[in-house]
Design a protein around this ligand. Structure first.
Ligand SMILES: CC(C)(COP(=O)(O)OP(=O)(O)OC[C@H]1O[C@@H](n2cnc3c(N)ncnc32)[C@H](O)[C@@H]1OP(=O)(O)O)[C@@H](O)C(=O)NCCC(=O)NCCS
Length: 199
């Protein structure tokens, strides 16, 4: 079935089960949606095919997943909130991105991990205008405004506004210098190189 037909059918059947769906939002053939009444989708936001969205109170907290306006989620994203995940306006995620605010506990070696409780991590915010590359994982950490997270990065610590971060664990390799109005290698990394924006 063409995805546009499925998308129309999916939203036609499910729109009012969400906490909110904004105008012009499109959700293409999701893999799975858990806790739909705790999920908000903003205006003109696109959720690409094969995505798994969840807001499930598995750790005793209220759960919410807020996907704001103008967001574009790539294919096969997996976004699982047991507390709070907020994706701010105009965030772009590539394919196969994972964002979560929880972990499986593993401390008890006599119990399979699958039988151990879910551990709540910090709330997650993905800041306005940021871009997450292919296969990025964000686990219990927040990303600031207008950040770029390189392909395959694993983010477990907060990334400040206007940063480029790469690697596992993710580390900041460039920051926007507001005085120079250019992207620079942070001085703690020994950098005095500057990168003009779209020279
Ligand atoms: C991070 C990225 C945006 C490049 O940003 P950039 O500012 O142009 O960075 P540069 O190319 O100048 O690279 C700077 C350094 O980071 C390294 N680097 C770049 N991307 C990296 C990544 N994903 N993982 C690890 N290291 C990376 C470079 O090798 C370079 O290292 P060096 O200084 O030792 O040579 C890009 O590499 C990337 O990962 N893009 C995501 C692409 C994607 O997923 N697209 C999907 C379409 S939505």
């Amino acid at each position: 079935m063409p995805s546009t037909i499925w998308q129309n059918r999916f939203l036609l059947l499910n729109r009012y089960r969400f906490k909110n769906v904004g105008k012009g939002a499109r959700i293409y053939n999701p893999l799975r949606i858990d806790g739909i009444s705790r999920i908000s989708i903003g205006d003109h936001t696109i959720v690409s095919e094969g995505t798994w969205l969840a807001a499930m109170p598995l750790t005793g907290k209220d759960a919410q997943l807020v996907i704001s306006d103008g967001v574009c989620l790539g294919h096969f994203n997996h976004i699982y909130a047991t507390g709070s995940i907020v994706i701010e306006n105009n965030v772009l995620t590539a394919d196969k991105v994972y964002i979560s605010d929880n972990l499986h506990s593993y401390e008890d070696v006599n119990l399979p991990v699958i039988q151990q409780p879910i551990k709540q991590c910090k709330p997650v915010v993905i800041g306005e205008g940021s871009w997450l590359g292919e296969n990025v994982c964000v686990i219990g950490a927040s990303i600031g405004k207008h950040c770029v997270i390189g392909a395959n990065a694993v983010v477990t610590k907060d990334i400040p506004d206007y940063s480029v971060a790469v690697g596992a664990p993710a580390r900041v390799i460039k920051k926007y210098n507001v005085i120079e109005k250019s992207w620079a290698i942070p001085s703690e990394l020994g950098g005095a190189r500057f990168f003009s924006l779209c020279a």
